[in-house]
Design a protein around this ligand. Structure first.
Ligand code: SAM
Length: 328
């Protein structure tokens, strides 16, 4: 698999370099064009002859149907990471694979494999997390309906091409996700939340979690918005700062969650993934309250080891299995 991912990455990277040189555009824009070429295999009519020849040669070197969806996602992810390096703000970074795969595992355990469901990421960025979670599902993959919302125009275009390369239909919303979304409540939310202050105080006024003074925390508003767009009893999986309950607005957040959701789990991501302790993140699992729901007997708590430590990871998975057994 590694080799095939490398072939896709190299093809995208080389084609992107050709396009960026000729068109004088940033790498990520070139990558969008290269991925569209790979998917549609069509060149515009009016290209300069040597440029056209270069792109035709590239096209003759690859056949997308030889690669699985997961290989395509990972190949594209490598190219996106190259394009983002050094120029994208930290909070725009795409969600690392390991986190996506772990959330994918949790979704499968919590939501089960029997009934199709709807899955929404309100801060979908490049949709890398959305597809990492989808591709992790062993069954049902074809019947899971996907939705993503993102405000950044380049990232949402990357999300579109990601969906094309996955040959998967996704309904995307290019908008500020904290404004109303034309979406019926979904079964499952996954999201690596943007962290920081939300600048639009007027929109924030409509939220229970608005700050009394100054700007509100966008990650708090995202939690509220996500719960609003989730069906009763539905599950939500967020990547949040580990210090979520240590901020000046923690009481407000706790009271809000108590009213609307069950706190199901808090899993600290490995320290080695982050520059320092204050930037550390956790996976936060919630269930929206409904008539038939109740608090778990025990909140699922774990400190995840580095994903490279297979044995330690195995132990945590056993611990989690035990938790699921006890909750039955
Ligand atoms: N999971 C994504 C991926 O795999 O590419 C990365 C998510 S990134 C940590 C957070 C995203 O939230 C960024 O893409 C950012 O542009 C988006 N965002 C921030 N504020 C937003 C808003 N008000 N509405 C919609 N998207 C927003």
């Amino acid at each position: 698999m590694e080799q095939q991912i490398e072939i896709i990455f190299k093809w995208l990277d080389e084609t992107t370099e050709i396009i960026t040189k000729q068109e004088d555009v940033p790498y990520l824009d070139g990558l969008i064009a290269a991925s569209e070429l790979l998917f549609y295999r069509e060149l515009p009519d009016d290209l300069e002859p040597t440029y056209e020849q270069q792109l035709q040669t590239k096209l003759s070197q690859i056949n997308l149907s030889e690669y699985t969806g997961e290989m395509r996602r990972k190949g594209l992810q490598l190219a996106i990471l190259k394009g983002m390096k050094g120029q994208t703000q930290q909070h725009h970074y795409i969600t690392p694979d390991t986190v996506g795969m772990f959330i994918g595992y949790l979704v499968q355990r919590f939501v089960g494999t029997e009934k199709p469901y709807t899955l929404f990421d309100p801060a979908c960025g490049t949709a890398n997390l959305l597809f990492a979670v989808l591709n992790q599902q062993e069954v049902l993959k074809e019947s899971i309906k996907l939705y993503g919302s993102e405000v950044d125009p380049t990232l949402i275009r990357l999300a579109y091409i990601n969906a094309n390369l996955q040959e998967k239909e996704v309904e995307f919303f290019h908008q500020d996700s904290l404004k109303p979304i034309l979406l019926e409540p979904v079964d499952v939310v996954v999201s690596d939340l943007p962290v920081g202050y939300y600048p639009d105080d007027e929109t924030a006024q409509g939220y229970e979690l608005k700050a009394e003074q100054d700007h509100s925390y966008s990650h708090h508003l995202f939690i509220e918005q996500s719960i609003k767009y989730t069906k009763e009893g539905g599950y939500l999986f967020f990547v949040v700062p580990s210090m979520l309950f240590e901020s000046d607005q923690k009481d407000q957040l706790q009271a809000y969650l108590k009213k609307h959701a069950h706190i199901v789990g808090l899993l600290q991501l490995p320290e080695s993934m982050f520059k320092n302790e204050t930037m550390r993140k956790s996976i936060f699992v919630l269930q929206k309250k409904g008539e038939a729901t109740k608090d778990p007997k025990k909140v699922m708590l774990a400190d995840l080891p580095s994903f490279k430590e297979a044995e330690a990871m195995q132990q945590v998975l056993q611990q989690l299995n035990q938790w699921f057994e006890n909750e039955r």
